[in-house]
Structures are given as C-alpha cells and as structure tokens.
Design a protein around this ligand. Structure first.
Ligand SMILES: [Zn+2]
Length: 92
C-alpha cells in the first residue's frame, strides 16, 4: 500500500501529516501506541502508516507480548529510542 498519494482514496479529501494513537488488539493483550506518525485524511479521518513506522510498531508489539501485560501503553517516539539499545539481539 502506498502512502504517497495526495488525495484520500476513500473520500478524495486532503491528506495531512499528523500523529495518531495506534491500537493493536491481540485478543489477550491490548497495545496502545501514542504519538504515532501517520498520514491522516482531513475529511474522513482515515489513517495511513508508513513502512518504517509499521516496522517500529511490530517491534513494540513483540516487546509487549514478551512482557505479557494485559494493556500496554507506550509513546512511539520514546519507544523508538529504547529500541536502539534493545534491538541488538534481533539483528540477523
Ligand atoms: Zn478521506
């Protein structure tokens, strides 16, 4: 999925850069990621997440799974910093 189009494919509204609260429901765990950079439609509110951001979300989700908390609320920008130090063992 491309996020580079300037117009919303749903309502043809204008896309704008913004931050959203991204929620991942795993059934047993709920992960809430605040301040996630995203493209948001100014008309219908549809959200798009870039590839790089999606990768970071995956890292946050797998970390939250390991902690096994029912609800994990994280701040995207803070979590990104932490990943630089915690990611060593994930390198292939
Ligand atoms: Zn729209």
């Amino acid at each position: 999925m491309k996020t580079t189009e300037k117009k919303c494919p749903i309502c043809n509204g204008k896309k704008e850069q913004g931050k959203v609260t991204f929620t991942v429901d795993l059934g047993t765990n709920l992960i809430v990621i605040r301040d996630t950079p995203a493209t948001v439609c100014s008309v219908c509110g549809e959200e798009w997440i870039g590839d790089e951001v999606a990768e970071n979300i995956e890292a946050v989700v797998s970390e939250a799974k390991m902690k096994n908390r029912m609800i994990e609320v994280v701040n995207f920008s803070l979590e990104q910093k932490n990943n630089y130090t915690n990611n060593n063992f994930k390198e292939f």
